[in-house]
Structure formats: structure tokens, C-alpha cells
Ligand binder design. Structure first.
Ligand code: CUK
Ligand code: CUA
Ligand code: CA
Length: 664
């Protein structure tokens, strides 16, 4: 509280139902009070923002530019069009969101904000039977007894596969921070098809696919996914000494083969990895590091005034592996290269270089023109612009000091976290503490940093509700950033929606960024906690509506193929579903049998999905048109069990059922 200005306290006293959070997300005084501590100025042109807390942990002061007004006072109507999608109309854009601690991914229509789909990955989802069917269990991974190894997850960052600098609609990847898994989603069917557990990694945070190969010009598409490790752990071996001695802890940076979903290589690093970005030429991958101190406590992690963005030379690392310059961690076969500082002092041979960035940066984002990485300051009120050609120059021995790759440090406001771009040379950075988005011009920031005091790179600021994290504009992670819509993921919604008890939704907001000034146009309540997302026009994706039966080796093609076969106490029951019936609609097994049910939906009609629920056996799943799924269980309860269709499919949907008779 001591860090809040008097005005903020006055505001707090008068807030009424706008509950004043002063401790949520607080990291202690030393972190400048990362808390929701600001009045809602939206809709009230007269009110100024609450006094900003002083950036105690930073030598910098807040920028002077304060442009804050409700959009209705701005005299500007956005050029992106209406967010209202009328009945029967389609959204113009897809939004692909991570789900956070629901462990899923989500598809939203933009600009309406309507949630269209959830794609389960690391966690079971009874809606579709994810985690119940044999096929989904095989993707998720099981223990020797056949039960799932993990049933919870925490998905943060979602990015799509590239070709020629734009999305090719093939895959999306999302990280599971909790259990260090990389989840791949097939975008043609919008289902998870592979999950990879990363060895040695805890706190798997940033991911980014590459955009082309660093060497082979013919490979102009994604073949790698880079993965960062946020938490330090003992890497060499685990014994009573190493687990207690944090001087022995370390982190790795992991490169995954995008197609095979296998680890290609890992790199030992100093410090940690937070988020990850890749260059458009395929040559560089970077990760911002907030814990260059290798600390395990707050004071440790925040002791240095300068942290870093660690940038990897992908071609050199892979050449070193070809040349046999690698070791192993543990007893797996994964090549591990040394990207620690001591081993990489000579630019001519260095595999990685550390670019200095002020205090505990969060987020690193590649500009759509391919020229820069932008790191957001978090505990410094600045964004740092790193020129990638200068980084390449350093690797070539043509830049004497890597600090010279920093070409701008622009003061944007308090608590900068993530940055996006409009393709017109402007950047948009979320300010967590200020509850604002700051629009700034990259070229002007560079000019100012070079000494031209007359330029002001700050173009606009707008209040968002409240405490924003990720931000992304249409196509902003591609070469076709078009600066039309911009999403902002706010961590707090407070008073923006009807009260629903103590757990509030979060607030994903949409802004129109076609003009000089940003316009807030839509609030979408979302179930916690989507972190990251990308938004792209619907033409870039063409999902299929009906499966191809040939893709399923177990498919039951017709009622003639349906029926029961027995092999000892293993019973296989092949069933077809076609509205509104199952064939067979009765079968017999004996107590103690191991029963496998294989179910094919032979309907070909779009949107004609059937369910399969088996009472008291805790089984439920969906089969979409032409899809086959299976479940295996032990018939341990005698009696009559009506399996029934759980998904409304027909006027006789309620009659769509059959009996499993378990004989004692
Ligand atoms: S982190 Cu969540 S707001 Cu995991 Cu991308 Cu920055
Ligand atoms: Cu099939 Cu309801
Ligand atoms: Ca630090």
C-alpha cells in the first residue's frame, strides 16, 4: 500500500462495488506491487488514472506521456467494422487461444468473441471422451497399469505452423507449463494428435515454431519448435547433494522436430528461459531471461539490474551436433550442446549470445518485418528493441559489443509484459501495472535512442480492464500483419460483468487499431486462464467437417461388420452408430471379461455426432461423422447396462440405446 499514491487510496475508498484489489498477484514491495490497483477510467472522461506507483525496483521513471480517455470521447470510430455478428453471419477471423489451467486450447470467432470450440490436450474432457478412449489415452500417455500419467495441465502459449512467413493451417502447438509437455493440435480436424514430454524440464514456458530452415532455402516452412525452461533443476544427476545445492541447478533450451514430435537437441544455458521468439529467416531463436542470476528466491532473481535475451544461432548448433560436439544428460540419446556463457565467448564459434535487457523482462516478440525482437521490461518501464542483423553481425565477428545490438529502449509505462504489431511500424505493449496498452512507433524509438531528443515514439495509450498480459493483433506473428483487430487478455475483470461469486471470469478485450488511436470495442468473459492467442483471417484455415473412415484401422464399416468376438476372456464388441440406432443394440459378456468396444459413426452428414455413454462403467465419448473410437474396460459389475447416445442427434435420439448384459 505504501507504494500507491494518495490519489489511488482516495479512489479506493470511493470505489464501492468496484472492489479494490490491493494484494492480488502481489509479489511484495520490491516488485513495485504487481497488483490491480487502478481506477476504471473507461466511460468517464473526467477521471484521470490513479497515480501510478513508483517503479521502486527500477532506475527509470514512468514516461511523461499520458494519453488516457474513454473511447467515446475520442471522436473516432474504428475502421475495422462492427463486432456484432448477426444471426447466420460468420466471424471473419479465427482466434486460437490457450486455456491456461484448464489445460485446453480454445477457438473463438473474432470479432464477436464467441467461443466455438475447446480442444482438449493435456487434460481429460468428458465432452468428447478425451482421456477415456484408447486413442486419446495413447496420445496423452499412460502408466503401465493403463491409467493416464497426467490429468492436469497449464497451457500458456499457442502458435501455429508457418509456410512462407504466414500460417499454413497445419498445426498449432501449445505448451503445458505444469507437466512440461508440448501439445500439437492438427488444425484440419482441430484435435490434439501428439503430446511430447520434455526430458529434464520443469516450468516449460515459452514455445515458438521456426518459420523456415536456417540453411536450406527449400524448407520455407516450420520444421522445429523451440521450447524454454523457466525453473532451475538439477540436470546432471539427482542425489541428496544436488537436490539441496541450487548452485548445481540449471536450465535447458529444447528444439523439437515439428513433424516427428521428438526432441532434436537440447542446449545447456546460464539463467532461465521465459518466452521464446524466432526470426523470419530461420537463423535465430531467442528467449528472454528474467533470472540470469540463477536465483531460487525473489531477492535472488531480482538482484541484477540487467537481465537478458539469449539468442541462439540455430545453424551453428546443428552443425556442432553434426560435428559430434555434444554430450548427453542422463541416459537418453538426445544431443546436448553447451550454450553457457563461458563456452561461447568467441563470436566466431559461439552457439548463443546474451543480449543485455533491463531487469526481469517478460515476453519477446518478433516484428513482422523480420528486423527486430522486442523484449518487454516487466520491472523496467521500458521495451528493448534488438536488431537481429546486428546479432548476426556479432556472430560474424563484425560487431565488437553485443550490447550494440540494442537499438532502442523506449519508456512505455509500468509493468510492460507483451508486445504486438500492426505491420505499419507500430508496436503495442501491455502495461500490467498501468492497466493500459501503449502504442509506440519502432522507428521513432530507434531515433530517440540514437540521440534525437525531439521525437516522441509514444503515439497513444488506452485503458484496458484490467491488468493485461498477452496481446496480439491480426496476423501480427506473420509477415502479413494488417493492423485491424487487436486482442488483449486481461487477468482481472473485476466490475466488467455481472457478479458471479468470488471467482471472476477474465476479460479478453478487442480493440480496433485501424486508426491513429486505439478504440476498445468489445469485452468477452473467459474462463480462466487463457494466456496467449493468435488471430487470423478465416481464409487461412479450412477444417474438415467429416472424417475419412480409411484413417481409422479399427473402423467398423457397416452393420454387417458389427458384432461380438471372443478370445479367451477378451471380448471385442464392434458397433456402428447411425441415427438413431446402434447395431448391435444388445450384447452379452461375463463378469471378469476384458471388454473392448469399437464404435464407428457411419453417418456421413455434417454435424451428425453421436455419443456413447455406459452407465456405472464411467464411460462416455463422442464419435463424429465417419469417426471410430474405442474403449477398453473390465466387466466387473453384473447386470443390465443401457448404453445410450449422449449427444442429441435425431428426433428418436432418446431411443438410441442398447443393452450390455453382464452375466454373473
Ligand atoms: S506468460 Cu501469461 S501473461 Cu505464461 Cu505468456 Cu505473460
Ligand atoms: Cu445419436 Cu443421439
Ligand atoms: Ca533478474
Amino acid at each position: 500500500m505504501s507504494l500507491l499514491g494518495k490519489k489511488a487510496l482516495d479512489v479506493a475508498a470511493n470505489l464501492g462495488r468496484r472492489r479494490f484489489l490491493n494484494s492480488a498477484a502481489a509479489l511484495g514491495a520490491v516488485t513495485v506491487g504487481l497488483a490491480a490497483c487502478k481506477e476504471n477510467t473507461q466511460g468517464s472522461a473526467a477521471s484521470a488514472p490513479a497515480a501510478a506507483p513508483a517503479p521502486a525496483a527500477s532506475p527509470k521513471t514512468a514516461p511523461k506521456t499520458e494519453i488516457t480517455a474513454a473511447p467515446e470521447t475520442r471522436g473516432f470510430v474504428g475502421g475495422a467494422g462492427s463486432t456484432e455478428i448477426h444471426p447466420g453471419q460468420l466471424d471473419t477471423h479465427y482466434g486460437v487461444w490457450s486455456g491456461g489451467h484448464t489445460g485446453d486450447a480454445r477457438i473463438l470467432g473474432i470479432p464477436s468473441g464467441r467461443e466455438l470450440h475447446r480442444i482438449p490436450g493435456c487434460c481429460p474432457d468428458p465432452m468428447v471422451g478425451w482421456g477415456w478412449t484408447n486413442e486419446s489415452k495413447a496420445v496423452m500417455g499412460t502408466k503401465p497399469d493403463g491409467t493416464l500419467e497426467f490429468t492436469t495441465g497449464d497451457t500458456h502459449h499457442i502458435h501455429c505452423s508457418y509456410k512462407d512467413g504466414i500460417y499454413d493451417g497445419k498445426y498449432a502447438w501449445v505448451n503445458d507449463k505444469l507437466n512440461a509437455r508440448l501439445v500439437r493440435i492438427r488444425m484440419d480436424y482441430m484435435v490434439t494428435d501428439k503430446i511430447l514430454k520434455l526430458p529434464h524440464v520443469q516450468g516449460f514456458h515459452g514455445i515458438f515454431p521456426d518459420k523456415r530452415d536456417p540453411v536450406d532455402p527449400n524448407i520455407n516452412y516450420t520444421t522445429r519448435v523451440f521450447c524454454g525452461q523457466e525453473f532451475h533443476v538439477p540436470l546432471e544427476k539427482i542425489d541428496a547433494k544436488t537436490v539441496n545445492d541450487d548452485a548445481n541447478y540449471g536450465c535447458v533450451f529444447t528444439c523439437v522436430d515439428a513433424e516427428k514430435m521428438e526432441v532434436k537437441w537440447q542446449a545447456r544455458i546460464d539463467g532461465n528461459c521465459d518466452l521464446v521468439a524466432t526470426s523470419f529467416d530461420g537463423k535465430l531463436a531467442g528467449t528472454n531471461q528474467y533470472n540470469t542470476e540463477n536465483g531460487v528466491t525473489y531477492p535472488d532473481m531480482m538482484s541484477a539490474e540487467v537481465d537478458a535475451c539469449l539468442i541462439f544461432n540455430v545453424a551453428r548448433i546443428e552443425q556442432a551436433i553434426k560435428d559430434g560436439k555434444f554430450t548427453h544428460l542422463g541416459n537418453n540419446k538426445i544431443p546436448v550442446v553447451d550454450c553457457r556463457l563461458d563456452a561461447n565467448k568467441d563470436p566466431k564459434t559461439a552457439l548463443a549470445v546474451r543480449v543485455p535487457v533491463p531487469k526481469n523482462p517478460h515476453g519477446v516478440n518478433a516484428t513482422p518485418d523480420g528486423k527486430y525482437f522486442v523484449c518487454s521490461g516487466k520491472l523496467s518501464p521500458t521495451c528493448t528493441v534488438i536488431e537481429l542483423q546486428k546479432v548476426l553481425d556479432w556472430f560474424d565477428g563484425n560487431l565488437d559489443d553485443i550490447a550494440k545490438a540494442v537499438v532502442a529502449e523506449v519508456e512505455v509505462g509500468l509493468g510492460p509484459l507483451h508486445t504486438t504489431f500492426d505491420g505499419r511500424g507500430n508496436a503495442y505493449t501491455t502495461l500490467f501495472l498501468d492497466s493500459q496498452v501503449c502504442k509506440w512507433n519502432i522507428d521513432k524509438a530507434i531515433k530517440k535512442y540514437a540521440g534525437d531528443k525531439s521525437v516522441n515514439p509514444i503515439i497513444d495509450k488506452i485503458d484496458v480492464m484490467y491488468q493485461p498480459g498477452h496481446i496480439n493483433a491480426t496476423h501480427a506473428e506473420t509477415i502479413e500483419a494488417d493492423g485491424v483487430w487487436m486482442g488483449v487478455g486481461n487477468k482481472f475483470s473485476k466490475d466488467r460483468f455481472l457478479p458471479i461469486g468470488p471467482l471472476h471470469p477474465e476479460n479478453d478485450q478487442l480493440l480496433d487499431i485501424t486508426g491513429e488511436r486505439m478504440v476498445l470495442v468489445h469485452d468477452t468473459p473467459v474462463r480462466g486462464e487463457p494466456h496467449d492467442f493468435v488471430i487470423f483471417k478465416r481464409e487461412w484455415l479450412n477444417p474438415k467437417q467429416v472424417y475419412d473412415m480409411d484413417d481409422f484401422p479399427l473402423a467398423v464399416h457397416s452393420a454387417e461388420e458389427a458384432g461380438v468376438t471372443r478370445n479367451g476372456n477378451k471380448v471385442t464388441v464392434r458397433i456402428v452408430a447411425f441415427a438413431p440406432a446402434y447395431e448391435p443394440n444388445v450384447f452379452n459378456v461375463k463378469v471378469g471379461d476384458e471388454v473392448t468396444i469399437i464404435l464407428t459413426n457411419i453417418d456421413r452428414v455434417e454435424d451428425l455426432t453421436h455419443g456413447f455413454g455406459l452407465p456405472d462403467y464411467n464411460i462416455q465419448f463422442l464419435v463424429n461423422p465417419q469417426e471410430t473410437k474405442s474403449v477398453t474396460f473390465k466387466a466387473d459389475k453384473p447386470g443390465v447396462f443401457w448404453y445410450y447416445c449422449t449427444n442429441f442427434c435425431h428426433a428418436l435420439h432418446l431411443e438410441m440405446r442398447g443393452r450390455m448384459i453382464v452375466e454373473p
